[in-house]
Design a binder for this molecule. Structure first.
Ligand SMILES: Nc1ncnc2c1ncn2[C@@H]1O[C@H](COP(=O)(O)OP(=O)(O)OP(=O)(O)O)[C@@H](O)[C@H]1O
Length: 556
């Protein structure tokens, strides 16, 4: 709840005003009751005065109710927007390794479900505050009518609360457990889309996934939610029973022993009948409050897991002398297989204008090395070096701005975000022509007209974005893998040398051994270790003899 208090403390005056308005509204309702009771026994001459009072109190009650509802609604939406931006910022600022480990499902569940639960709670607050005020007002009126009855009423409330509290503790357990399962459900919902092809092509797989994996999860959430809400229903019935027991005892037992006149008796009757609805409403709102509490816990937990990097915003240097790794290591622990993949220790240095190929078999650690080099992974031991100096946490974000990377699992945004070059559209359009994408896409105000492209075309577009970023160090992770021979040829023979000629450092992760000789040097990885290094010209493996004959294109 501390998060909620922190949130509302920023709008504390609105909150105070909302509660005050609710209180006035609720007390106004109780005052209307008292006036009705008075009117029943007032002489005709006193009715006009009571009528005016009734009208005035009625208007005040209505106005305060409207004000309270509007304010709580406003507070609810504000809390949602603030929490949403807070979570979005947390995700944006979190270390890449944390994001990769946590996956999207947890945060997605927070950004959608949990935030909505909190708004529902706020929307329900005016009713809750007002009904509570009505109950308080009714109790005060009861106390005014008879202190003894008031004491019995308080005793009844305490008794009712003990029962509700017990049910609440049990229900909370079920609601918490069901909320935890929701994270897995969101993950499976995403898999329904991401794995649509695989599911459509295999009926048994789809059946197993939908009926067993998803079906079991959905059923488990249903069972636990139902248990939780049924406990609240039982608590609500208990509350009602206690209330009726109190009314029965007061009217039929205590009234016989306590001196009462008919005005007091009718006052009891009106107040009791009037109190039933607010008490039921308050009891009914408890599950919503609990759900909001569970939602807040999840938001706090996800935010706590996404630790922000403690980086300082600085301008990246326009040049560098060396970028490298010194004794750098990284490990992945694969829980399911109970296996560890270790990369390193790696010692490497890169200089401006160098064209380096990183080669090695599948799973040898090339992508992991690239992620460490560009500052996405922090080496578990050793360092990333910029001009011979270790890059610490504060400098890491600035360090990353040296790189432009097209990963094999790259992502394309719908526009050229963060690029403010003069004549950006024209430059992009020109590159689209060179990459033979101009018949498919156009760029207007930095936005692409479409991203519905083939994988090879999308990669060319990613290359265009990287080119426009105009960074000092380029990394391409198996870029050419999805390209046809002509583009492959253009990539290795024209584009990479052109970048090198511009003084860029280029690290190319590749399996295309027929081009290895074009590198200034190559680095070979095997099982996470550098096993071979040399000049591209000295490459003696497959494709060592450079092919410059056009016939080579066809056989690529
Ligand atoms: N996020 C991850 N969590 C756990 N293990 C991982 C993760 N990413 C990669 N690995 C494992 O680390 C090893 C190295 O992976 P990496 O992607 O660096 O290899 P690679 O040489 O780039 O392979 P490829 O040529 O197939 O792309 C592999 O065994 C892979 O299964």
């Amino acid at each position: 709840m501390s998060l909620l208090l922190h949130l509302v403390s920023k709008s504390r005056w609105a909150l105070v005003a909302a509660f005050a308005a609710s209180l006035v509204g609720g007390l106004g309702n109780a005052a209307l009751l008292a006036l009705i009771n008075q009117a029943l026994f007032a002489p005709p001459s006193g009715l006009a005065r009571l009528g005016w009072q009734f009208l005035a109190v009625g208007i005040v009650a209505l106005a305060s109710r409207t004000l309270a509802q509007s304010l709580f609604m406003w507070l609810g939406q504000k809390a949602k927007a603030t929490l949403r931006m807070r979570t979005i910022r947390r995700i944006g600022d979190a270390a890449f390794a944390h994001l990769e480990k946590q996956g999207a499902a947890k945060s997605l569940a927070v950004l959608t479900q949990d935030l909505d639960t909190i708004v529902v709670f706020f929307v329900g607050l005016p009713a809750l505050a007002m009904q509570s005020a009505v109950i308080v007002g009714c109790l005060i009126y009861l106390g005014y009518l008879s202190l003894a009855i008031f004491a019995v009423a308080v005793l009844t409330i305490v008794l009712g609360m003990v029962g509700v509290r017990y049910a609440h503790t049990r229900a909370m357990f079920h609601l918490r457990a069901s909320r935890k399962r929701e994270d897995d459900l969101v993950k499976y919902f995403l898999a329904l889309f991401d794995g649509a092809k695989e599911l459509k092509l295999h009926r048994e797989r789809k059946r197993a996934f939908v009926d067993e994996t998803l079906g079991t999860g959905v059923e488990a959430v249903r069972v636990q939610r139902t248990r939780g809400y049924m406990l609240y229903a039982a608590a609500s019935s208990w509350g009602n029973f206690i209330l009726f027991a109190f009314i029965g005892l007061t009217l039929f037992v205590f009234a016989r022993y306590i001196q009462t006149d008919s005005r007091v008796m009718s006052g009891y009757a009106i107040v009791f009948v009037y109190m039933i609805m607010p008490i039921e409403a308050v009891l009914a709102s408890i599950p919503g409050i609990t759900s909001a509490r569970v939602a807040l816990e999840r938001i706090e937990q996800v935010n706590a897991e996404l630790l922000p990097e403690n980086t300082r915003v600085g301008q990246p240097a326009r040049t560098f002398q060396t970028i490298g790794l010194e004794g750098a290591t990284h490990r992945y622990f694969r829980e399911k297989e109970n296996e560890v993949f270790s990369l390193g220790p790696i010692d490497l240095t890169f200089r401006p204008g160098e064209l380096v190929y990183l080669i090695g078999g599948n799973g040898s650690g090339k992508t992991t090395l690239a992620k460490m080099l560009v500052g996405l992974y922090v080496p578990e031991s050793g360092h990333v070096l910029l001009d011979g100096k270790p890059v610490d946490e504060a400098a890491r974000d600035t360090y990353r701005q040296h790189f432009s990377v097209v990963f094999s699992d790259f992502f394309l945004f719908e526009s050229l975000l963060g690029l403010r070059t003069e004549g950006l559209d024209a430059l992009a359009q020109q590159l689209l022509v060179e990459l033979q994408l101009d018949h498919k896409i156009s760029v207007k105000d930095g936005a692409f007209s479409t991203l519905d492209l083939s994988q090879g075309q999308r990669k060319r577009l990613a290359l265009l974005v990287a080119y426009l970023e105009d960074r000092l160090f380029y990394v391409f992770d198996e870029w050419a893998a999805d390209q046809d021979p002509l583009f492959k040829e253009a990539f290795y023979r024209r584009l990479l040398p052109a970048l090198k000629a511009k003084g860029k450092t280029v690290l190319v992760i590749t399996h295309d051994d027929r081009y290895f000789h074009l590198a200034d040097r190559f680095i070979k990885l095997d099982f996470g270790q550098v096993v071979e290094q040399g000049l591209g010209a000295d490459w003696t493996g497959p494709g060592a003899a450079p092919s410059t004959h056009p016939a080579g294109l066809a056989s690529a």
